[in-house]
Design a protein. Structure first.
Length: 248
């Protein structure tokens, strides 16, 4: 499995210009998938339905589903093995950006622009439909391609209507974990988690009209799932472009 220390080495390695091959880019995605980010915890008794729902979203080609396990429920009896303070920090940044008063789980943030209770599948399904149907004025599109080739993780970005500067993020995730919970609110349950984020890093900035980025493939390829590339408005703004590349 990937380690936090090894991810720190990526930032030190820096970025290099690269060209993408025509083949081997994002796997089976719609031109602009909706990004659904779930903030969850194995110590949260109301989270398992949201975790299961995220698993169904993860099977869709028009959605990139990501699960961030936060650490602020660890104290109530079960330290989540996938929790990371960095993921809590991302949720807090969304709290500020979206104008929410409190943090809560399970929370889903859709396209970095709107949030909903993660177990409310009807509400989230409706938001996803609206985002997929939105015109360019409501949902600007940045085309993103990614590949793993010759020891490098590569991303190529093309601006087709982005309204401002953006951060380019790489999000590494494991496709599936099953955990027997022995303490806390979910004692006795065997929980399944999907697209479990192991690390997120900013790998560059994007100001248009096009840019190619490259970082060493390792340690990114050490996750057993995939890597999502997100082009997100600065200061945790809306996500304007996204793709993913599988590592298994």
């Amino acid at each position: 499995m990937i380690t936090r220390r090894s991810f720190s080495a990526i930032a030190a390695a820096g970025l290099a210009a690269a060209s993408l091959p025509r083949s081997g880019a994002a796997v089976g995605l719609s031109p602009r998938p909706v990004v659904v980010e779930l903030f969850t915890s194995q110590g949260c008794s109301s989270c398992p339905p949201a975790d299961a729902y995220l698993g169904r979203l993860a099977a869709r080609d028009d959605v990139i589903a990501l699960a961030y396990h936060i650490d602020y429920w660890d104290y109530i009896g079960w330290p989540d093995p996938f929790a990371d303070a960095a993921f809590t920090a991302r949720q807090r940044a969304y709290q500020h950006a979206l104008g929410n008063r409190t943090l809560y789980t399970p929370q889903m943030v859709i396209d970095g622009a709107v949030d909903a209770v993660g177990s409310d599948s009807r509400a989230v399904d409706g938001i996803i439909r609206e985002r997929l149907a939105a015109g360019s004025d409501d949902r600007p599109v940045v085309r993103v391609e990614a590949s793993l080739s010759r020891g490098e993780l590569r991303a190529e970005i093309h601006d087709t209507g982005m309204p401002g500067p953006a951060d380019v993020l790489a999000v590494a995730y494991d496709a599936h974990h099953k955990t027997q919970i022995r303490r806390g609110e979910n004692t006795g349950l065997s929980l399944e988690n999907f697209n479990v984020v192991r690390a997120i890093r900013k790998i560059g900035e994007f100001h248009g009209p096009g840019r190619s980025l490259s970082v060493p493939a390792k340690p990114w390829t050490e996750v057993e799932g995939g890597i999502a590339i997100l082009v997100q408005g600065a200061e945790h703004g809306p996500i304007w472009g996204a793709t993913r590349v599988l590592t298994v």
